[in-house]
Write a protein that binds this ligand. Sequence first.
Ligand code: ADP
Ligand code: MG
Length: 251
Amino acid sequence: MTTSPNSPFALVDIRGLHKSFGATEVLKGIDLQVGRKEVVSIIGKSGSGKSTLLRCINGLETFERGTLTVDGQALQHGDANAMRELRQQVGMIFQSFNLFPHLSAGRNVMLAPTLVKDLPKEEAKARAQALLERVGLGSLFDRMPDQLSGGQQQRVAIARALAMAPTVLLCDEITSALDPELVGEVLQVVEMLAVDGMTLILVTHEMAFARKVSDRVVFMHQGLIHEAGTPDEIFNRPQTPELRQFLSALR
Ligand code: ADP
Ligand code: MG
């Protein structure tokens, strides 16, 4: 929602990224710049490399070639300090909610800041409460994950990611495991974050949502960015047969 994606001050700057699993090249030279406060959605068929790209951005996967910088800091897998810093800067939320099952909602949100940032417990608790309120769960601090709906669990997962005050948040199909009636409450939280100016990179199958919240939409195909543009360009005026085919298969 601000800054040109190609500005030298891109928050996330990916150039020539190549990633293989064994003999299979999954990312074949990805170039992507995401500006501060920008919301970028990544769409594409299953297997096109979307999750692998997100996992590279937060350091969960190594890569063979190319560069990846977040807020000017190059990602270097050999450098433990740099990796720790990166993980704090880059939040990620997955399809499966992955809450710690033995901790209450509030404790899930408190955990990382108390461990990693050495925050006093009372302060961490107050912050966790505020974050739960932000995702609409202010009254559920003491609930255990198995007493929460899927949508509530995913909102706790969002609050937990926000607790580290990330500069960019990666969301990998975060509504795909939810019953349809619970999708809306999670998307609403993501939309609120977008409006508040959080930098977001979203892998999503929710095309109406992508169209509504994104500054830019990126179509991945066979390990490459095949087409990118505004939501209007991508959804209303697709240029390549591959994107046209992808979109028509959804209808
Ligand atoms: P998407 O998220 O677009 O569905 P992925 O990034 O998950 O795509 O996967 C891209 C390709 O990489 C797929 O062919 C997948 O099988 C392969 N792949 C992903 N993770 C691994 C892994 N850990 N080991 C081997 N192959 C993998
Ligand atoms: Mg995926």
